[in-house]
Design a binder for this molecule. Structure first.
Ligand SMILES: Cc1cc2nc3c(=O)[nH]c(=O)nc-3n(C[C@H](O)[C@H](O)[C@H](O)COP(=O)(O)OP(=O)(O)OC[C@H]3O[C@@H](n4cnc5c(N)ncnc54)[C@H](O)[C@@H]3O)c2cc1C
Length: 272
């Protein structure tokens, strides 16, 4: 495969996660093993329809997993694929979470929105390599508690040793157990981790990232221990189309996972 020519991937199983959101389990049709870092993405194409960037959710039983929300032309066609139908795949692209660098530290995951694939993939990795990390803290914010995907995963993580799972919903609901009313940032004051030996991974809307920073600073977390997974609309995945530029960086080529100090000056700045 070259960066330009897609290889084929065959749909083996579709798991419906919620209405309009599904995980595709794909058999990559390639002689060479498909290797990736958690946090990287693939450019997936529906022949005759279009191509879109989608984060890698994981690899299980020889199949590559992508969780896709139907928002438009290509994504809707993808989650409607039939078993054995093929799509095109270029990738993996971009930079993932430097999880090996984080060994021996507390891991703090902050995510908002309806299922953040890059963070869930990284949590799965940390759980699978539990002895390499110290405490795991997972903070997830959603609009309504019904919006939380992969509820069983969160329940299992909560009962795992030395793991704290805190959930927030911005809309009031009857189910209060384990839930705080408010934004994900409201959970930061309850999070218990060692700010001097931690790695914080954030994924979600940029406005949430910006809102999280004062809380992290208050808890003495250093900028150099913070990593962000950014999302921008782009076409190529290789730094050619220029649509995803953020300051001197391209989200597709230099991200989507960024070291916070590298993008700090441009975060939330209009026009970038
Ligand atoms: C690095 C990266 C990783 C991503 N990972 C995932 C993932 O794991 N799962 C997933 O469901 N989606 C993911 N996305 C978003 C996904 O690429 C878009 O939803 C997709 O491009 C929409 O294409 P479409 O043809 O279905 O919709 P379109 O018909 O092109 O657009 C529908 C609407 O979505 C908006 N839109 C299109 N692309 C984006 C985008 N990239 N960001 C924000 N809004 C957009 C359009 O402006 C329009 O309003 C990722 C995006 C990036 C950049």
């Amino acid at each position: 495969m070259t960066d330009y020519v897609p290889i084929r991937a065959r749909l083996m199983v579709t798991t419906e996660e919620s209405p309009g959101l599904a995980t595709l389990h794909l058999k990559v049709q390639s002689e060479t093993p498909f290797t990736f870092q958690f946090g990287q993405f693939n450019m997936l194409s529906m022949f005759g329809i279009g191509e879109i960037p989608i984060s890698i959710m994981g690899w299980q039983d020889g199949l590559l997993m992508h969780t896709i929300r139907a928002v438009g032309r290509v994504s809707t066609a993808m989650i409607g694929m039939q078993k054995d139908q093929e799509l095109g795949l270029r990738g993996p692209f971009g930079k993932g979470w430097p999880l090996e660098k984080f060994e021996g530290r507390d891991l703090v995951f902050i995510t908002a929105g309806l299922g953040c694939a890059p963070v869930v993939a990284a949590i799965n990795y940390a759980v699978a390599h539990r002895n390499r990390y110290r405490r795991i803290v997972i903070l997830q914010g959603v609009k309504h508690h019904n919006d939380l995907l992969w509820q069983p995963k969160y329940d299992a993580w909560r009962t795992m040793g030395d793991c704290q799972v805190l959930l927030a919903a911005s809309e009031e609901s009857k189910r209060k157990h384990h839930w705080k009313l408010g934004l994900v940032t409201a959970l930061l004051d309850d999070a218990e981790f060692d700010p001097r030996h931690c790695a914080v991974m954030i994924c979600g809307p940029e406005i949430m990232m910006l809102a999280a920073m004062p809380f992290l600073q208050k808890h003495q977390v250093r900028d150099e221990d913070i990593y962000l997974s950014m999302e921008r609309n782009f076409q190529c995945g290789m730094g050619a189309c220029g649509h995803c530029q953020i300051g001197p960086h391209f989200v597709c080529r230099d991200g989507p996972v960024f070291h916070y100090p590298d993008v700090k000056p441009w975060l939330g700045v209009k026009g970038f």
